[in-house]
Design a binder for this molecule. Sequence first.
Ligand code: SF4
Length: 212
Amino acid sequence: MIKINEIFYSIQGETSYSGLATVFVRTTGCPLRCIYCDTKYSYVEGELMSANEIISKIATYHTKFVCITGGEPLAQKEVLFLMSELCQLGYLVSLETSGAKSIEKVSDGVKVILDVKTPDSGEGQSFLMDNLKWAKPSTEFKFVICSQKDFEWSEGFCRQYDLFKKYSVLYSPSYEQLSSRWLAEKILEKKSSARLQLQLQKYIWSPDTRGV
Ligand code: SF4
């Protein structure tokens, strides 16, 4: 059984699947406490569901895109089985993970979005370095940038581990801390190879921008 916080249908706002109608499966629980976390409600709330029940619910939405998110999905071992089953059924599965848990046993067909927590996230020591070994060419590395210090640190990390050459690297501004313009200018100024990623869902559904 897997403790599930919510299952919902929306537009994917991040990653290379951005803009696609997707079913989101949000698992309950996370070992981290990032200062910008916008899903604190997923830390404990949820109900137990079997993999079959989750798959049946997903099937009602009639899309092939499924995003497993959290919380931290890999905090529950059964999520590995769920993702493997979904891949076998022909779904295009993405996994959003904090980087603090091993991705070694994630099915080959799953696109992994691997967060690397920056120093100003408050969880800067949490990245499991072995995950660099398990990353596949399809893995996307994501950095949520909270400050100039985070930007410099992320650039250093990507260069030290050759991420720009091997993978897609996404930089997102921490939504209430940095403007997207500031980060865009930094990427240009430093000739960074990172892709600026805006959280599309926040622009679509925010009361300030609704209908824009
Ligand atoms: S890893 Fe994600 S869910 Fe966990 S505290 Fe950080 S932002 Fe929140």
